[in-house]
Design a protein around this ligand. Structure first.
Ligand code: 5GP
Ligand code: ZN
Length: 138
């Protein structure tokens, strides 16, 4: 289903023009308007899902394959040394557009760090408790 007031629904379905690098029946892959690096691409499903946690299994099973395909082409076309595949769910996680999408970003040896976090020490007892708590909900 498409959502009329959703910008990514409108882009993915071709109502708003975009720089498309790949398109199939289910996805449109477009250049990000404010790229982290030249070639930064968004893989956008044509159907509306708020995020990965709300998407159906079929879209989820396909989206990573499309991202990898785009990454492969991007690596060759732009001589990238590596590719980040990044996906944000919810405002707290950095999602700004509430329509599922995956970022595919070309990376070069020595370029600025982009996907990064501070690593903390872990406590083995606490780790065990957390793992059990999550496992019980899956
Ligand atoms: P998020 O922060 O939700 O993971 O990523 C949203 C991305 O969409 C951002 O990188 C932003 O630059 C990009 N973006 C937002 N609006 C538009 C648009 O209208 N066109 C394109 N091509 N990219 C957009
Ligand atoms: Zn949408």
């Amino acid at each position: 289903m498409k959502k009329d007031d959703c910008i990514f629904c409108r882009i993915a379905n071709g109502e708003i023009p975009s720089n498309t690098v790949y398109e199939d029946e289910d996805f449109r892959c477009i250049l990000d308007l404010s790229p982290a690096a030249k070639g930064h691409t968004l893989v956008i499903p044509k159907e509306h899902f708020q995020d990965a946690l709300n998407a159906d299994d079929e879209v989820l099973s396909k989206i990573f394959k499309v991202a990898a395909k785009v990454g492969e082409g991007m690596k060759k076309a732009l001589n990238a040394d590596g590719i980040n595949i990044v996906q944000n769910n919810g405002e707290a996680a950095g999602q700004t557009v509430p329509h599922l999408h995956v970022h595919v970003i070309p990376r070069y040896n020595g370029d600025e760090k982009m996907v990064t976090w501070t690593q903390h020490e872990s406590d083995s007892e606490e780790q065990k408790r957390i793992a059990e708590k999550i496992a019980a909900m899956i």
